[in-house]
Design a protein. Structure first.
Lengths: 462, 190
């Protein structure tokens, strides 16, 4: 053992013992210590209101946790019986005809505004077409059928012809003077009051059709559309739709064609008619509209792709779209966040987990799945829920996230109007695409959560 | 400055009003001594304040245990020194990651307002003590720097006097290995 070395270290240590802070520094440290003690004691004696808040927060954590587990389990069960999504080719085809569908919707809307209803419920309670055989004629045009003025402006015309398959007359739609733009549309509209006999049932629109002089790209066909209520009256939600653009009619002699579709319980209107997109001559006669059994195969395309993302469609289609929306990779984060915010001790991580859980469950995930059980309760309840969710999302967008309308991505609230606006440079929260890819959705959702976090940090802290 | 104030509030509600008075009574007379000892280890105002806050928070959380101790004041000082040595160890570990960091740290620490000049040898001794295992470093510091006797040291860490002697002796030997340049030429006489 080296005594000298020990002595040297001991000497240094003894010198250290003599080192004392200057008096002013020591006084400063003592004052700071007193301040720290005061802060510790003040935090320790928690006001009753703060305790209540904390208790409420813990109850909310547990409620969110419980609700999320119930929702997850519910959707696992609900998703079992649902059919698969339509193939890509069908979705693309449906997307192709969307423009025509929009125009048809516009025309039928104008029809409702310009004319009194032509279809009345009969004693049986089942609505019937008016003048199905085109035997009744007014001013050379079939009575009860509507031919929009815009079609006439596009060069199409409708007249009553004697070349009938049944009876004496039929309707003849021609496009000899058409410029090739637009399309002809001869239709009838059933509004909400006259649909009672069809609600919740499968119907068939059937008519005899023959064609002549068709140009190559001309696609004549029957069409049918069921509209359902929407929070945006100008864009009703599609219940079911078919315009035969995937199987256009090309036959020189009379032949019967049909469209079979479902009318939803909450259907707002039903529109049927004949469509001629392109140059040529089409005759239609012997129309009928009747209820068929539920096991009759539908001819309509799955309309998941027709509605904007986040909207529920018919009862049979809703679980598929909502399930896809719900069972995203973010679900894991949402569940983990709920568990963290209820289990972690108070602190920054717990706060972040709570905010993430709030943003994910309240704004993103829950509004959509809850629509399914609500839709089975009552359409009215579903409508109230959609409106309430929409109002809440609007309020959150403006007051919490600090963005104007047209910036919230589809969130399952049933209102996609926000998704079509301009992108705000400062926050940029909306999905730029109608059908965003998973990476795009991931990035957009991440940005949204970060923006909410940013808001809490810089605004609520004040 | 308060790092985790929420954790303080977890104490049972019925204990708090009494605890506040006891807490103040315990710490007020010890504040100067505690600050002085922590300063001696760290020599940096910010670090000292951080350590003092941690120590006061820990004392609040363990108030019942500390009050049952036969020598609460010594225990409080020991907690302070222990935490200060921890901070010094962390500081040294950070600095030793690169020589550049080390020189930067020395430059920064030298420029801190109110900083007392310590010789390089003193710094090295303190760093070496801080590098020792936790219990050993406290025992060595209390023995060598604070000049406490073995019995007194054995009461605060609540270990036997023989263990304290063993810790101090082993710590001395370790310091010898770590500080060879402090050896004089007499070491050849070993």
């Amino acid at each position: 053992m080296n005594r000298e070395n020990h002595d040297l270290v001991d000497e240094l240590c003894r010198q250290l013992a003599d080192k004392t802070p200057p008096a002013d520094v020591l006084a400063d440290l003592c004052a700071e210590m007193a301040t720290q003690r005061l802060a510790i004691v003040r935090k320790a004696v928690v006001p009753q209101s703060s305790l209540r808040r904390r208790l409420l927060g813990r109850m909310m954590h547990r409620a969110v946790l419980g609700t999320s587990l119930v929702v997850v389990l519910g959707f696992v069960l609900l998703s079992r019986g649902t059919h698969e999504s339509p193939p890509k080719a069908v979705q693309n085809q449906v997307t192709d005809v969307r423009e025509i569908n929009d125009e048809l919707r516009h025309q039928s809307a104008s029809r409702e505004s310009e004319y009194t209803l032509v279809v009345m419920a009969h004693g049986s309670g089942v609505p019937e077409l008016q003048n199905p055989g085109f035997e009744s004629v007014i001013d050379g045009k079939p009575d009860g059928w509507f031919f929009p003025p815009v079609c006439e402006q596009a060069g199409y015309r409708v007249e009553v012809s004697d070349d009938a398959v049944t009876g004496d007359k039929c309707a003849h739609v021609s496009a000899s003077e058409a410029s090739g733009q637009g399309f002809a549309n001869l239709m009838q509209v059933f509004t909400e009051d006259s649909l009672d006999g069809f609600r919740g049932r499968r119907i068939r629109f059937r008519a005899a059709v023959k064609t002549k002089n068709l140009a190559d790209a001309t696609k004549p066909g029957l069409w049918l559309r069921v509209d359902r209520p929407s929070s945006d009256p100008s864009r009703p939600q599609i219940g079911d739709f078919d315009n035969m653009q995937d199987r256009p009619i090309h036959c020189d002699d009379w032949q019967h064609f049909e469209i079979i579709a479902d009318v939803a319980d909450d259907a707002k209107s039903l529109t049927v008619g004949l469509l001629l997109a392109g140059n040529g001559d089409v005759w239609i006669d012997d129309c009928s509209l009747e209820v068929v059994s539920d096991d009759t195969p539908k001819t309509t395309t799955d309309i998941v792709a027709m509605n904007p993302p986040g909207r529920s469609t018919s009862a049979t289609c809703a679980p598929t779209s909502v399930t896809e929306e719900f069972f995203s990779p973010w679900l894991v984060c949402g569940v983990v966040a709920v568990i963290c915010c209820s289990q972690l001790p108070d602190g920054r991580f717990q706060l972040f987990a709570f905010r993430f859980a709030f943003a994910y469950w309240i704004l993103f995930a829950l509004p959509s799945p809850l629509q399914v059980p609500l839709s089975r309760l009552s359409p009215t309840v579903l409508m109230w829920y959609s409106q309430a969710t929409d109002a809440f999302v609007r309020w959150t967008a403006v007051n919490v996230v600090g963005i104007e309308r047209a910036l919230i991505p589809p969130n399952g609230s049933g209102d996609s109007r926000y998704a079509s606006g301009r992108l705000d440079d400062r926050v940029g929260l909306c999905y730029p695409l109608q059908h965003p890819s998973p990476p795009t959705r991931f990035i957009a959702t991440l940005r949204r959560v970060l923006c909410i976090q940013w808001y809490f940090k810089y605004h609520c802290a004040k | 400055m308060l790092k985790n104030p929420q954790s303080v509030a977890r104490m049972p509600e019925d204990e708090k009003p009494q605890s506040v008075a006891q807490y103040q009574r315990l710490l007020e007379p010890l504040a100067a001594a505690l600050a002085q000892r922590v300063w001696r280890v760290l020599q940096n105002r910010d670090d000292v304040l951080d350590v003092l806050q941690d120590v006061q928070l820990k004392i609040w959380q363990k108030l019942a245990v500390i009050q049952r101790h036969p020598n609460p004041a010594a225990l409080v000082v020991k907690i302070g020194i222990e935490r200060a040595l921890d901070v010094r160890r962390e500081r040294r570990n950070r600095a030793s990651q690169s020589e550049q960091d080390l020189s930067q740290r020395l430059d920064e620490s030298a420029s801190v307002e109110g900083m007392t000049e310590l010789s390089e040898a003193h710094e090295e001794v303190l760093d070496a003590i801080a590098r020792l295992p936790n219990q050993q470093s406290v025992c060595v510091y209390l023995r060598l720097v604070e000049q406490q006797d073995y019995f007194e040291i054995s009461r605060t860490p609540e270990i036997t006097e023989a263990t304290v002697r063993k810790h101090v002796e082993r710590g001395r030997r370790q310091l010898q290995l770590w500080l060879p340049h402090l050896m004089t030429t007499n070491e050849v006489k070993q």
